[in-house]
Design a protein around this ligand. Sequence first.
Ligand code: ADP
Ligand code: ADP
Length: 223
Amino acid sequence: VSGLEVSDAVVRYGSVTAVDGVTLAVPPGRVVALLGPSGSGKSTLLRAVAGLEPLASGSIRWDGEDLADVKVHRRNFGLVFQDAQLFPTMTVGRNIAYGLSRWDRAAQRTRVAEMLELVGLPGFEDRRVTELSGGQAQRIALARSLAPSPRALLLDEPLSALDTGLRRRLAEDLARILRETHTTAIHVTHDHQEAFTVADTVAVLQEGRLLQIDDPDALRRTP
Ligand code: ADP
Ligand code: ADP
């Protein structure tokens, strides 16, 4: 099986079962949203995929390989969080080139320009990170995580800190960018509209369990 396969995953924090037997597939190039209220286990499941939380039982595989055997830094996933977490003392260009240390300088420069074009901020190489708006900072965070061509992108409430209008626009841009780059992604959100805009498949979580999984059109018809 190619892509990501989560099988009967359980994550516990002491006596709390945060993820309670979730089975979920993300085929190559597809975008799956994890949708659910606060505390439903979305973040924990994403962190388990990223290798930041161990499974109590079950498995997470990529192209058939059990990720329990793969060190976090070798999993080659790109991560985007609610807060852009850019390096404040580096320029925008240096932030985006961060994961490209093994590339030669010319290739880095070309890749950075290409990523800035992709996220709609061409020519921003020399800007200071501290002067960016919230929406611009998230675009740069996206550019930084896509630059090294990760095998999948894991996005944890990437738009939740932005105001509603901006969130809607960025969700549409994000959907376009993920399609254009054929990126495999998991997008965590508590916002239905955002999940429907960004994802091919929406997985609804409740109390650590998968309540429903379907495409956005089918879910919109669900009363
Ligand atoms: P339907 O046409 O009835 O929506 P699907 O082929 O979309 O059927 O899905 C059939 C069942 O398979 C769903 O009810 C769901 O439980 C499961 N399923 C669908 N997509 C996934 C997925 N990406 N990962 C895990 N299970 C899935
Ligand atoms: P969501 O992302 O849907 O808001 P979380 O995955 O953050 O949900 O949380 C799922 C459950 O796990 C909640 O009951 C939460 O309180 C608990 N939880 C999350 N992180 C921790 C932690 N580091 N220690 C203890 N409990 C946690």
